[in-house]
Design a protein around this ligand. Structure first.
Ligand code: MLC
Length: 510
């Protein structure tokens, strides 16, 4: 399994750099070898054990990108517990939901969340402790680990049940609040093996990592991918286009993974100058559709063809363009080794012939176990014969390449983040002046789609766009907060009373 492989690297290549952390504040670099990584993970396991963490417990990690995040995440999984990474941009309101729903035992959070968490502790009976980790000496992670030696955890066996959940990622559902997708050791390992084969991961690869660590893309595909291969990861705490270009050109980077918004910013930052990235082995794009013009501009600017792939939190990576063969514009490529993909009729769910658009369904060892404590929603996510219903529409070409053709679910993708409109509509409903609202995604050159809210005010109520955006921002992470609010007299509805979002997009996205 993935964790066994990681531990083996510590024995076989102990001195090799596993992670190089770029510190944005001190402009310094910190190198961690595979054996130092192993020691830090063992020390972290000893600390977690002393706090009572048992197999199956959920440990929430809402920390900025950095080594404590990585150590905690790996240590939690190695104890047989469940790592629950959370966006550090989530508001206290959002955090409360994730803690309550997951029944997390411990939360690792940044200092600015401390008072908010204290005020919610009474409603979180499962939460034993909120441990603050930050820059100051008082909250330094090293200080937390100091009383524990790696030896104190070296006797703990690696998890041996491949079907045990080790990672939980919250995903926006089409109905209700976000759901925790349970991923097992087997899911992670099978998908890493598929990617290893398809993308030719090598131990001498150097990955430049600019993505957040709390999602499948940055955590599982990028960081785990490099660790699984015994490669080196250069961990940048935040994406900055000029710094990224500089590192890609100056350092011996061979692999880079990003979302279209990041690739667009790199092209813009290059200011039509030609920066050659031809020395790079692999540059991937995912989490959102790669626009055709960006695919062409990226190649023109950097001399490299992007490799587009498709995945989701519930299944990791599913489809990918070819490393050595064709990277087809507009296509998400072929099923990864060991992953089955089919296109089915939306009504009957029977498989469709090539070139016909239907729902994309997936089957394989990569596909998740189910939604945390949601048996009905888990059952609804699968067909009787075990195919995962992705809610994405697509078609297969006769040579096996798949193309996505939209979504059957109400979902917005902004800068690679999924935004679930009902969640934003619920936040707006809390505003005393709001009668009702509808949230849509409008095409946007920078973000792919931007969140726009159409709001009907209560009779006699007054509100401004700025004030309402600020209201949402208090409740929602910045990426979910509407970029625009339009006040309307009424929402167009069909005979069943359902808001016609297609009509709203036609009217308001111009
Ligand atoms: C940031 N903002 C966003 C946003 N990201 N708004 C909409 N959509 C987004 N994606 C907000 C900021 O908080 C800020 O708000 C304002 O927009 C401008 O911010 P910025 O400084 O320009 O943004 P930045 O912090 O640089 O972030 C942009 C980004 C980031 C593209 C680097 O969004 C990002 O890392 N995206 C990647 C997401 C990702 O990893 N997805 C993987 C999901 S896994 P304010 O209010 O502060 O001004 C998945 C499966 C798969 O989908 O297949 O991969």
């Amino acid at each position: 399994m993935f964790l066994d492989r990681l531990s083996r690297h510590c024995l076989v290549v102990p001195n090799k750099t596993a992670i190089e952390l770029l510190d944005e504040y001190s402009a310094t670099e910190q190198r961690i070898s595979y054996s130092q990584l192993e020691s830090a993970v063992l020390q972290t396991m000893a600390m977690l054990r002393s706090k009572g963490v048992q197999p199956g417990d959920r440990v929430a990690i809402q920390l900025r990108k950095g080594l404590p995040f990585v150590y905690l995440h790996l240590a939690v999984m190695r104890l047989g517990a469940i790592s629950l990474p959370l966006n550090n941009g989530y508001s206290a309101h959002e955090l409360a939901y994730f803690l309550q729903d997951s029944g997390a035992r411990l939360l690792f959070a940044e200092p600015h969340m401390q008072s908010a968490v204290q005020s919610m502790v009474a409603e979180l009976p499962d939460l034993q402790e909120c441990i603050v980790v930050g820059e100051t000496p008082e909250h330094a992670f090293e200080r937390l680990l100091a009383p524990y030696s790696p030896a104190a955890a070296s006797h703990i066996a690696l998890p041996d049940n491949p079907h045990a959940t080790c990672l939980m990622i919250y995903t926006s559902g089409t109905t209700g609040r976000p759901k925790g997708a349970e991923l097992t050791h087997r899911n992670l390992t099978a998908n890493l093996e598929s990617l290893h084969e398809a993308w030719g991961w090598r131990s001498d690869d150097v990955l430049l990592h600019v993505l957040p660590l709390f999602h499948v893309h940055g955590l599982w595909v990028a960081l785990h991918g490099a660790l699984h291969a015994g490669a080196t990861t250069i961990l940048a705490p935040k994406f900055d286009p000029m710094q990224t270009l500089d590192l890609l050109v100056r350092r011996p980077c061979s692999v880079f993974m990003a979302v279209p918004t990041i690739h667009r910013r790199l092209v813009d930052a290059a200011h039509a100058e030609r920066y050659s990235l031809r020395h790079m082995r692999l540059i991937t794009s995912g989490s959102d559709r790669l626009p055709d013009d960006l695919f062409a501009q990226f190649e023109k600017t950097f001399g490299v063809r992007l490799l587009e792939r498709y995945g989701m939190s519930e299944a990791g990576m599913v489809l990918s363009n070819s490393l050595h063969g064709e990277r087809r514009v507009g296509s998400v490529g072929l099923p990864l080794p060991g992953v089955e993909v089919r296109i089915v009729d939306l009504e009957t769910e029977t498989p469709l012939p090539d070139n016909q658009v239907g729902e994309v369904q997936v089957r394989g060892a990569n596909v998740f176990k189910g939604y945390w404590r949601q048996p009905e929603k888990t059952a609804a996510a699968f067909t009787a014969d075990g195919w995962l219903r992705t809610g994405d529409l697509g078609m297969r070409e006769p040579d096996g390449y798949f193309t996505l053709k939209g979504r059957s679910k109400d979902l917005i993708i902004s800068g690679g983040y999924n935004v679930h409109p009902p969640e934003v509509e619920l936040a707006l409903a809390d505003h005393p002046a709001v009668e009702t609202s509808a949230v849509i995604g409008c095409p946007d050159a920078e973000w792919g789609e931007r969140v726009v809210a159409l709001v009907v005010l209560r009779a006699g109520a007054v509100a401004s766009e700025t004030e309402m955006i600020a209201f949402c921002r208090q409740r929602l992470a910045a990426y979910k907060t509407p970029k625009r609010i339009v006040f309307v007299d009424a929402l167009p509805r069909n005979a069943m009373g359902k808001v016609q979002k297609t009509e709203l997009r036609r009217l308001f996205c111009a």
